[in-house]
Design a protein around this ligand. Structure first.
Ligand SMILES: NC(=O)c1ccc[n+]([C@@H]2O[C@H](COP(=O)([O-])OP(=O)(O)OC[C@H]3O[C@@H](n4cnc5c(N)ncnc54)[C@H](OP(=O)(O)O)[C@@H]3O)[C@@H](O)[C@H]2O)c1
Length: 241
């Protein structure tokens, strides 16, 4: 029997770079985890997966664009054919578009394109993989959120970014929807903030590393039976809603 048949199968969206890539690296280096490295661009995904496979890690690329129903269906079909279940889904794909000095139709497009990935994309990805997660004995879902989406911390974090921040606030509600829906079935569904990490998303201005940004998501992906569900945390602990 191949290792991937006995391992936990993990799908990470937007894992060809940044924090998603570091989550893929970390989880695939643990015994018993087989990582499907999601990328909207097939070539970038193949290259990123090769980087990790060359280090002896248990990774394979998969094409997945969270804004495309066809892409989601195709990825679900491939995972069904190959594994017939999914143990961990990490909704990591995200964008932060320019929000400065825009208005009118450009602002409308910015709201649309941001929510299409960060919020609707995560929701529709989760919906597409619920049947496969239901076939796992221990389903885990991690939503990559942000402390900037916290209502409590709106005043405390003085950056504007109303588009990005509201997309993550809505994402937290989506996380709670799924946590509540699958609570009695034992699923662990949580949101993680990686901290302000230097990635392409912020032109590498973040103060922390993407490796550190992966830590809490990896912890949540590996929660045991007594692990939490319906929470919003960072590696420092609980974040106020
Ligand atoms: N960096 C931070 O400080 C920070 C803080 C709080 C939360 N976060 C969250 O952490 C997550 C990862 O961000 P990051 O900082 O690692 O950014 P990143 O390096 O820019 O990575 C974002 C990933 O999402 C992918 N993506 C974008 N649109 C997609 C789509 N339609 N379908 C599938 N994948 C798509 C990107 O693909 P391409 O490579 O093709 O563009 C990329 O792989 C995001 O949800 C972000 O909001 C980041």
């Amino acid at each position: 029997m191949s290792a991937s048949m006995t391992s936990k199968i993990v799908l990470i969206t937007g894992a060809n770079q940044g924090i998603g890539f570091e989550i893929a690296k970390s989880l695939s280096s643990k015994p018993g985890y087989h990582v499907l490295l999601g990328s909207r661009d097939a070539h970038r995904g193949i290259k990123a997966a090769k980087d990790l496979k060359d280090q002896g890690l248990d990774v394979e690329p998969i094409s997945i664009d969270v804004t495309s129903d066809d892409s989601l269906a195709s990825a679900a079909h491939q995972i069904t054919s190959k594994f017939n279940r999914l143990d961990v889904l990490i909704n990591n794909a995200g964008v932060s578009l320019n929000e400065e000095n825009i208005s009118g139709p450009v602002l409308r497009t910015s709201y649309h394109d941001t929510f299409a990935v960060n919020t609707f994309g995560a929701a529709l990805t989760t919906e597409a993989f619920i049947p496969l997660l239901s076939a796992s004995p221990t389903p885990r879902i991690v939503f990559m959120s942000s402390v900037t989406g916290s209502l409590t911390h709106r005043w405390g974090i003085p950056v504007d970014l109303p588009v990005y921040r509201s997309s993550k606030a809505a994402l937290n509600m989506l996380m709670l929807h799924y946590a509540f829906k699958f609570k009695d079935a034992g699923w662990k569904v949580n949101a993680s903030c990686p901290g302000y990490c230097a990635t392409n998303l912020n032109d590498f201005a973040g103060m922390d590393t993407p490796e550190n940004g992966a830590l809490n998501a990896v912890r949540l992906a590996m929660l045991g039976e007594d692990g939490e569900t319906g929470t919003f945390t960072s590696k420092e602990g609980v974040i106020a809603w």
